[in-house]
Design a protein around this ligand. Structure first.
Ligand SMILES: Nc1ncnc2c1ncn2[C@@H]1O[C@H](COP(=O)(O)OP(=O)(O)OP(=O)(O)O)[C@@H](O)[C@H]1O
Length: 249
């Protein structure tokens, strides 16, 4: 049974078809990469799936629920969580406090002054577990403004994990990350929970081919190919349109 199913999604701006009849399915624990040239419609597609953009046509299912008309926050409540290409972190609040806030927000306990003091400890423990999973415990008391950029990108992933996703949408986690910090991100993504389904939009083909079990190639808003990394590498049309002869973008 799929955890996410997208059927015939389309979105146009005036005469420009930005996404065009896109369909795909995602199973629990699956790693899917969405790739394509600049302007292919990748971010628009993710915004439609996340509920930030309403679609002109098509349907989106989370498990059995048709969530097409649901606002984004309701989809988050059902486990569909995204990170952004551009950082949304609070620069001056410590990592552990931001995570604790996210956990309280998820539990609906924010603003509840009367909760038991043990619940604070549970929240801190959960936050630390998330950081440990990403090998980021060393950053617990730091503020994003004083952290390396690669670590900031990992804090965004940590905040997304604090919302207990079943499906995690990562929009260019490597964007702006210097080569010297890239391995940290690769390692952290490799350690994501095995039952979490992950969709990654990424231009870094090294990451895509290491991470993905399946790759969806978009061109001019439409699905050009959908297959395993080996199938995509061997696809002549994809190579001509996007990957080039060496298999790199
Ligand atoms: N709000 C908007 N109004 C008009 N055109 C838009 C809007 N948002 C996106 N577009 C256009 O839609 C096309 C697809 O944009 P989108 O950002 O989804 O592509 P992308 O594949 O994510 O690109 P990139 O790899 O550069 O991030 C582009 O031509 C873009 O200019």
């Amino acid at each position: 049974m799929s955890v996410l199913r997208v059927e015939h999604l389309s979105k146009s701006y005036g005469g420009l078809k930005v996404t065009d009849d896109v369909s795909f399915e995602l199973h629990p624990g699956e790693r899917l990469a969405i790739i394509g040239p600049n302007g292919a419609g990748k971010t628009t597609l993710v915004s439609q799936v996340a509920g930030a953009l309403q679609s002109d046509r098509g349907q989106i299912f989370l498990g059995q629920d048709n969530v097409t008309a649901w606002p984004g926050y309701r989809r988050v409540g059902r486990g569909l969580v995204r990170t952004f290409q551009i950082s949304k972190l609070a620069p001056e609040i410590s990592v552990i406090d931001q995570l604790a806030l996210a956990i309280h927000q998820r539990d609906g306990s924010i603003g509840n002054m009367w909760r038991h003091k043990d619940s604070y400890r549970d929240v801190r423990d959960e936050a630390m577990q998330i950081l440990e999973g990403l090998q980021l415990s060393r950053a617990q008391d730091r503020k994003p403004s004083e952290m390396a950029y690669g670590d900031q990108r990992l804090v965004e992933v940590a905040l997304a994990l604090a919302l207990k996703p079943r499906v995690l949408l990562l929009d260019e986690p490597m964007a702006g990350v210097p080569k010297s910090e890239a391995q940290l991100i690769l390692d952290a993504l490799a350690r994501l929970p095995a039952d979490l389904a992950v969709v990654i939009i990424e231009h870094d083909m090294d990451l895509v081919f290491r991470f993905a079990q399946r790759i969806l190639v978009l061109a001019n808003g439409a699905v050009l190919a959908d297959g395993t990394p080996a199938q995509i590498r061997g696809n002549d049309v994809v190579r001509a349109v996007y990957l080039g002869k060496g298999g790199q973008a």
